[in-house]
Design a protein. Structure first.
Lengths: 95, 494, 500
């Protein structure tokens, strides 16, 4: 599977990273090089192998249903590029 | 006694307790070294006042006869991937420039609670993605080491914990934190002639550490001696209910149980780690390591880890996939940089912010990760990689039926020059060939220096242990350390 | 089982509509799914947000047991397969209400598998008009935050209070064939959730909302292309969406066009759906298992507790009301349609049986009739809901007991009830104070009857001439003379005697 300029642009868009045409073009061989290399995994026989889910055997713990957090608006908004009236502000979204 | 800044963590701890010197003297000494080492660019933020405050608190506690923490009087460096309350945390990215956490990571919090003081936030590869510390937005970290060829080529300190490795080997701090996703503690340790251990996945809480690849990221200490690593690891480890992947197990007394007597232990030598064309000096060092472990009483057997050659490609699917998702939160809305071109809508703002906030290597990995998870490719790449990962873990399990630990090289070469591999991402990735398999299997692994190569640069060995058996890893590393007698240090040029 | 005969008449013939619903139900819990922040409705913006909910760097999720438990109990209530091994996946997309850049959900291994819900299409004949609607799965996921667009001319504001609140997504099979079926399914699902206590079902507060999948086809043909209308928040709107969307699709197809698979939005003011192009952008969610979480493994003890804690469910209750309590099918259906109503009714029954020293079956009919006519009528008039009723089950039972033991008549009971509603007083005290106790004093009643008969000699003659319907008139006049306080049975007897 080799990717072309269109695909690179599509991935960039999915990743929400704006790229110039020149940047995208430079990425085509770069990404193809890496993807071509990882594709050697295809040759491994994985018949009957379950994909790994937890590296070290461990159980998912569950929390009690108790309010232990929140009410820290100042901390939540402290680093916001733009916060107004207790909200984060973003460019107007038209739905 | 020589310089206080030449002391190990254990020596500082014990000397301070004995009243040989004050914690303030130690902190001042390291603060001075840090201030004088700008040329290494090891720190993104220096916090001498924090080091002094912790030292003064330690001195006061000692004077008052109050109980002292395990690290009272010891200043350390903190990799700038750990969120530190009130101190800028950037992950070496433009994206997080100016981000001041309102919270403290679990691991850094444990260290401060144990009495350690913070000398500053250490430089690293951006979002911990890199093997040479050339991807930091805040500039390259320079290794204090130079080749003995008379040239002054600036060398890589390794990555991603390159600020940590450079600072420790240059005596800017006696120890530092690192994080290791595919070798980011071990490879920089090897490049700079120090030790570092990545514990079993789940030993150290990931809460408050800027995430790279969640199923691989593990924090660990870096220091000049095995004992120092044991001391720090005891403080950094422990169950954290805020991290679902944290192991709910007591923390062993690794320091107290240090022993370089390896009688009864069997060391496995994985034959796949000696490919054709392995650097001769690395190969020779490995052979020396085998002899040292035999000398310490261990048996040596050859073992096979047949899927080793697939470890890197597996890693370069799983880590970017997780990273592409973990880094989606950097969108310019709640913290960090925002790039808002005139008239831009929300999605344009995201794309512009992320284009400006991430460096090329981070973008490359996000895009690879996005691609391998995208519709139609998920099974071929990601699912296949997780299956191969299971096979790699099984290789280790089978090998550990025949032995108690594995001995391998840490990196395929000594430190390379800055810029040498930057043009070719793949060549850079290959640096992690010996460290990535243990990361994929979540196993504890330690880098320990073995000697200098013909260019006068450190080369080291890696000890890999069974899950949860950090003790054997530390003990074997100690046996190597005692026999290698590694005392070389870089000449001060900075 | 009943077959729907709902058809849309198009120019080219009849069309059948095919409907599936994906219902998002907010799980009733104190804290969020993966953080300890509160879930209460209506708090100040961003005050119920933890650093985890705001997706600060390095923050990690830890699941809330109660949210898992409620999803399992809900699954059990629809007789679904419970998966002892499930897993959380990340659904990746960028939006300002989604701080992590992904929603933690369950795509590949949901916690609840296939189940079913029986809907009733004719409440008078519940047993003969049911249809079984398949449920594909239930999974647990995080809610997003909220965007406000009307606070600033050029900016939208982000409130993360809802960010991370637990939702169950309950996905039906495409088994519905009419707006009525879709409405009945959503109502029934809401009933079940409220019985189980896993969701409060408040659709106006957004605790429950449905994504409505609609397609049309000629009967017998394969499924057509569907559209998904998002976030529809009432039963009525769901029915309207189906109706509108089906006829829109028929128009498109009959004009030679194609239905586009897309996300649409319902505009209740205009009663129509429109395309939501802004979210069409990229539908590649790149799902993968969340590496911050381990697989969720449920043990037998956990499942047993979930099962044990389930209440009697609406269908079982309805059947019991009919069979054991002897209620009419309609009354049984009405009383069980809502958990609160059934709870109120059962409290009334229990109290009635206790005061009257009778079985619940013996007091059931009168209790049901009173609740559904008298109490509901009064609440309707007052514009109040059952839980705001000024008269509680205990007070109601006291009132009914006074009727049952003959202390007051049904007519007087209505007066007493009005006074109770007004004053908050209790029936025995009101009857006592106002002297409303009915009399069985035969002498007084006989005297009253004699007077009525004497005053209405003409009617007595008519009665005796065969106009037996006048019997009621004499009883009524006697009751009136006795100010309603006479025991009707004694009056009946006395009138009969007087006329014979």
């Amino acid at each position: 599977m080799s990717i072309d300029l269109q695909t690179v642009k599509k991935i960039a868009s999915l990743s929400r990273i704006s790229v110039t045409d020149a940047e995208a073009e430079a990425m085509v061989p770069e990404l193809n090089n890496i993807l071509g290399w990882v594709e050697q995994l295809g040759e491994v026989d994985v018949t009957g192998v379950q994909p790994m889910t937890a590296v070290i055997p461990n159980h998912q713990r569950l929390r009690d249903d108790v309010v232990t957090d929140g009410d820290v608006r100042d901390k939540v908004l402290a680093n916001a590029p733009q916060a107004e009236h207790g909200f984060f502000a973003v460019p107007k979204v038209i739905e | 006694m020589g310089e206080l800044t030449d002391l190990t963590v254990a020596e500082i701890r014990d000397g301070f307790r004995a009243g040989d010197f004050s914690a303030r003297e130690v902190a001042e000494g390291f603060n001075a070294n840090v201030a004088a080492a700008k040329a290494l660019n090891a720190f993104i933020v220096e916090t001498p006042e924090k080091a002094l405050a912790a030292a003064d608190a330690a001195d006061k506690a000692r004077a008052a006869g109050e109980p002292l923490g395990a690290l009272s009087g010891v200043p350390i460096g903190m990799k700038d991937l750990f969120c530190t309350e009130g101190t800028q945390t950037t992950a070496a990215s433009h994206m997080l420039e100016g981000f001041v956490p309102t919270y403290e990571s679990t691991v850094s919090g444990k260290l401060w609670s144990a009495g350690a003081g913070m000398l500053g936030k250490l430089n690293l590869d951006q979002f911990a993605m890199g093997s040479s510390n050339e991807t930091s937005y805040f500039g390259n970290v320079i290794s204090p080491w130079r080749r003995n060829d008379g040239g002054n080529a600036a060398l890589a300190p390794g990555g991603s914990s390159g600020g940590s490795s450079s600072a420790i080997s240059a005596r800017l701090c006696p120890a530092a934190t690192g994080t290791d996703t595919g070798g980011s503690i071990r490879q920089p340790a090897a490049f700079t002639g120090i030790s570092g251990i990545k514990p079993t996945y789940g030993r150290c809480s990931r809460w408050g550490i800027v995430a790279f690849a969640s199923s691989l990221d593990q924090a660990g200490p870096m220091a000049r001696t095995v004992r120092d690593n044991a001391i720090l690891l005891e403080v950094m480890s422990g169950f954290d209910p805020r991290d679902s992947t944290s192991l709910d197990l007591p923390v062993p007394q690794w320091e107290a149980n240090l022993s370089s007597d390896l009688k009864g232990k069997t060391v496995g030598i994985p034959k796949e780690y000696r490919p054709d064309g392995l650097n001769a000096e690395i190969s020779a060092m490995w052979d020396r390591g085998i002899e040292w472990l035999k000398d310490a009483g261990a048996q040596v057997v050859e073992v096979s880890l047949p899927h080793t050659k697939y470890a890197l490609p597996t890693y370069y699917i799983i880590a970017p996939a997780e990273a592409s998702s973990n880094l989606a939160r950097y969108d310019g809305v709640r913290y960090g940089q925002r790039d808002l071109p005139d008239g831009a809508g929300l999605q344009d703002m995201y794309a512009a912010t992320r284009a400006a906030g991430f460096g090329p290597e981070v973008k490359r990995r996000i895009m690879i990760g996005t691609y391998v998870l995208s519709a139609g490719f998920y099974d071929a790449y990601y699912t296949q990689a997780q299956k191969v990962r299971a096979l790699i873990a099984r290789d280790f399990e089978l090998a550990f039926e025949k032995c108690d630990l594995l001995l391998t090289p840490t990196a395929p070469s000594a430190a390379f020059a800055l810029g040498e591999k930057q043009a070719d991402p793949l060549a850079m990735y290959l640096n992690d060939v010996f460290t990535v398999p243990a990361s994929l299997a979540g196993l504890p692994a330690m880098a320990v220096p073995g000697g200098l190569d013909s260019a006068g640069l450190p080369i080291g060995l890696q000890v890999i242990g069974k899950a949860l058996d950090e003790q054997t890893v530390l003990n074997a590393s100690l046996a190597i350390e005692e026999r290698a007698g590694f005392t070389a240090r870089p000449d001060k040029w900075w | 089982m009943t077959e729907s005969t709902y058809r849309i008449q198009g120019a080219t013939g009849e069309w059948e509509v095919v409907i599936g619903l994906e219902v998002h139900a907010q799980v009733t819990s104190n804290a969020k799914l993966f953080s300890g922040a509160a879930t209460a409705f209506g708090a100040e913006p961003n005050t119920q947000v933890s650093l985890v909910d705001a997706a600060m760097p390095g923050m990690l999720p830890v699941p809330n047991r109660e949210c898992i438990r409620q999803a399992v109990r809900t699954g059990m209530a629809i007789e679904a397969q419970i998966n002892k091994w499930s897993r959380f996946d990340r659904k990746n997309y960028f939006y300002a209400d989604l701080p992590q850049g992904y929603q933690i959900s369950q795509l590949y291994h949901p916690i609840v598998g296939e189940g079913a819900i029986d809907i009733v299409l004719d409440e008078k004949n519940p047993e003969t008009s049911t249809k079984r609607i398949g449920v594909e799965r239930i999974h647990v996921e995080q809610d997003a935050g909220k965007l406000m667009h009307d606070q600033h001319p050029t900016r939208s504001y982000v409130d993360l209070n809802r960010s991370g609140v637990a939702l169950m997504e309950i996905v039906s099979k495409p088994d519905m064939r009419s707006p009525a079926e879709a409405g009945a399914y959503l109502s029934k699902l809401r009933t079940i959730l409220r019985y189980v206590g896993s969701c409060d079902g408040n659709m106006d507060q957004g605790s429950m909302r449905a994504d409505v999948n609609v397609s049309v086809r000629k009967p017998g043909e394969p499924f057509g292309t569907r559209t998904e209308t998002k976030n529809v928040n009432s039963v009525r709107f769901v029915m309207a969406v189906v109706e509108h969307e089906a006829s829109r699709q028929v128009d498109v197809l009959e004009a030679g066009g194609k239905v586009v698979q897309e996300t649409r939005l319902y505009d209740p003011d205009r009663g129509e759906t429109r395309s939501m192009r802004s979210k069409e952008d990229a539908h590649d969610y790149r799902y993968f298992p969340d590496p911050d979480l381990l697989p969720l493994e449920l043990d037998d003890a956990f499942l047993e507790e979930c099962r044990q804690s389930l209440p009697e469910l609406p269908d079982a209750k309805r059947r019991r009301y009919e069979q054991d309590l002897g209620l009419s099918a309609y009354n049984a259906a009405t009383l069980t349609a809502d958990a609160d109503t059934a709870r109120w009714f059962e409290a009334l029954l229990a109290e009635g049986a206790r005061i009257q020293k009778k079985s619940e079956g013996e007091v059931a009919k009168a209790s049901a009739n009173w609740l559904l006519s008298e109490l509901y009528g009064a609440l309707n008039r007052l514009g109040k809901s059952l839980d705001e009723s000024p008269v509680g089950p205990e007070e109601g039972a006291e009132l009914l007991a006074l009727v049952a033991d003959g202390t007051i008549s049904g007519t007087i009971a209505k007066q007493v009830f009005e006074i109770m509603l007004e004053t908050g007083g209790r029936a025995p005290a009101i009857v006592e104070e106002k002297g409303l106790k009915q009399t069985s004093d035969t002498g007084a009643i006989e005297a009253a009857v004699a007077k009525v008969l004497a005053d209405n000699a003409d009617k007595v003659a008519q009665y005796k001439g065969g106009k037996e319907a006048l019997f009621g008139f004499f009883v009524g006049q006697t009751m009136k003379a006795m100010q309603g306080k006479a025991n009707p049975q004694v009056v009946n007897e006395a009138v009969r005697m007087g006329l014979s």
